[in-house]
Design a protein around this ligand. Structure first.
Ligand code: NAG
Ligand code: NAG
Ligand code: NAG
Ligand code: NAG
Ligand code: NAG
Ligand code: NAG
Ligand code: NAG
Length: 448
């Protein structure tokens, strides 16, 4: 009750400064913060299962809408809602501690259309008509995503010709390659007019090749000065259990062993969160849960008021439990040949961060991998300050973002926006070098 009154107060102050004719409403969701579209994309003709979406059109595109890129965002988990990114990371408005919305200067929809999908079904506001329909592997996830994406594109003729970039974070390091690969395979069989216009894929702080990644935590923490050699040895033996269980394909036990590695590391270091070893308190993504639990927020998004929203679903987490240690590296290897791939990590993330990603990238089977690994790591500046480092060879780009953790756009909104815009539009350090004749047919050459 008390907090509702405070919200009302905040909102009135807020609204009177923004709207010319304020209607003295207590709506925590100002009109200009509403998504361009939101609702449900059915994914199964014989059940009510559907994927919830919010879509924000580009605020200020530099190309006609019919050519303006569409970014699709997938949250990790498994089972966490993309509304976390929408309202806490990279959407045009972010939730404040007083459960109001505030403009995000680093929104990813400045130049591009931005579509958030609550994936897989059962996550966030998405609906799983039965728990059995929740996917238990990446192929199942991709099948549903493909249905949702093709449905979305049909909602408006202006979407059809737009280049699509699939992006996501953390466990979406599995989803992004899975749907990308699925699109490539589907496109081979579809008539030109039906193909999904896949233009690239971006993974932030991702889990992609868990076997390689789980092997890195002990050394990573040791060289950061967070644990001593004795603790490093203990952690390494737990890592080895996870590795062996993965190699013998004891998937569920392997997932549990990986969790033990992270729990041990957490308890050895006493950090607030492994997602950012510099944080004094964990990320406050629970604000999203509180905000979206407000009846008026649900109404604004077109969701049933009785829907019990959770930021992360345990049911979905359980459905994908045995999937966690399975690799999708081979899908990235295919995608890097036939599309463009961006990997980016926050410097302070020690779960799925710089060290974890470099470890699997080094093992990629791709003809360009040696050139990529030997490519110069260029100093990347935004507004005159060092924002991070960019390493690129042909279709593969890796970015390390300084002063950021796992939820990188939360920590570095403006730099994350510069990164995604420059990568999509192939500007600055993200340009293809002159002699780089990998066949990328860029829609954006007119913008360079
Ligand atoms: C669609 O729903 C039916 C009924 O629950 C289920 O048997 C089937 O597996 C679902 N198909 C997909 C692709 O999820
Ligand atoms: C839109 O982008 C153009 C080109 O970058 C810029 O000059 C202009 O100020 C922007 N307009 C708004 C409303 O942000
Ligand atoms: C893996 O599972 C199999 C069959 O359930 C079991 O026999 C084996 O001992 C397990 N391996 C390990 C390393 O636990
Ligand atoms: C959501 O709202 C209901 C009713 O207003 C309340 O009982 C419940 O505790 C809230 N849940 C969360 C997670 O905030
Ligand atoms: C909302 O959900 C409740 C409970 O599941 C259901 O009874 C009601 O019909 C739904 N309302 C709408 C408008 O769909
Ligand atoms: C670049 O293009 C030239 C001429 O088409 C071709 O001979 C060469 O093999 C290409 N190089 C690479 C690395 O693909
Ligand atoms: C690039 O795409 C455009 C439009 O689809 C097409 O007209 C052009 O021939 C393509 N160029 C190359 C080099 O493939």
């Amino acid at each position: 009750m008390k907090s509702t009154m405070i919200n009302t107060l905040f909102f009135c102050l807020f609204q009177s400064s923004i709207l010319l004719s304020s209607s003295k409403s207590t709506n925590p969701f100002p009109k200009e913060a509403l998504p361009t579209k939101s609702g449900y994309l059915p994914i199964n003709s014989t059940s009510s299962s559907s994927i919830f979406y919010t879509f924000y059109e580009a605020q200020n595109s530099t190309s006609p809408l019919s050519q303006t890129p569409l970014l699709i965002w997938l949250q990790g988990g498994p089972g966490c809602s993309s509304m976390i990114a929408n309202f806490y990371e990279l959407g045009p408005w972010r939730v404040t501690k007083s459960l109001t919305l505030q403009r995000n200067p680093g929104s990813w929809n400045r130049r591009f259309g931005l579509l958030f999908l609550d994936n897989p079904i059962g996550t966030g506001f998405s609906i799983a008509s039965t728990p059995q329909e929740i996917p238990t592997d990446q192929n199942g996830v991709a099948k549903h995503l493909f249905a949702a994406i093709t449905r979305f594109v049909k909602l408006d003729p202006v979407f059809k010709s737009r280049p699509i970039y699939i992006t996501g974070e953390s466990y979406a390091g599995k989803y992004v390659p899975a749907i990308g690969y699925y699109i490539l395979k589907k496109n081979e069989k579809l008539h030109a007019s039906k193909k999904v216009n896949l233009a690239g894929l971006a993974i932030g702080d991702g889990l992609t090749d868990p076997l390689t990644q789980v092997a890195t935590h002990a050394a990573n923490a040791y060289y950061l000065g967070l644990i001593n050699e004795r603790q490093k040895n203990i952690l390494e033996s737990t890592q080895l259990e996870a590795i062996q269980l993965t190699k013998t394909r004891n998937w569920s036990d392997a997932t549990d062993a990986r969790s033990r590695v992270l729990i041990k590391l957490q308890s050895m270091t006493g950090l607030a969160t492994l997602y950012d070893y510099t944080r004094k308190v964990p990320y406050e993504d629970d604000l999203v849960a509180q905000f979206l639990n407000l009846t008026k927020a649900k109404k604004a998004l077109g969701v049933n008021e009785s829907f019990e929203y959770e930021v992360c679903s345990e049911v979905v987490g359980a459905a994908l439990h045995a999937d966690v240690m399975k690799s999708v590296k081979h899908k990235v290897e295919e995608l890097v040949k036939r599309s463009r791939v961006l990997l980016y990590q926050g410097q302070y993330d020690i779960r799925d961060g710089v060290v974890q990603v470099e470890a699997w990238v080094k093992t990629m089977k791709w003809e360009g991998i040696d050139e990529f690994l030997n490519a110069e790591r260029k100093i990347w500046k935004v507004n005159g300050e060092v924002a991070g480092y960019v390493q690129k060879w042909k279709s593969l780009t890796n970015v390390v973002v300084l002063r950021a953790g796992h939820l990188l756009p939360t920590d570095q909104p403006v730099n994350s926006q510069a990164m995604i815009e420059d990568w999509v539009l192939e500007r600055g350090l993200f340009q293809s070098v002159q002699l780089d004749n990998v066949s990328i047919n860029s829609t954006f050459s007119h913008l360079l």
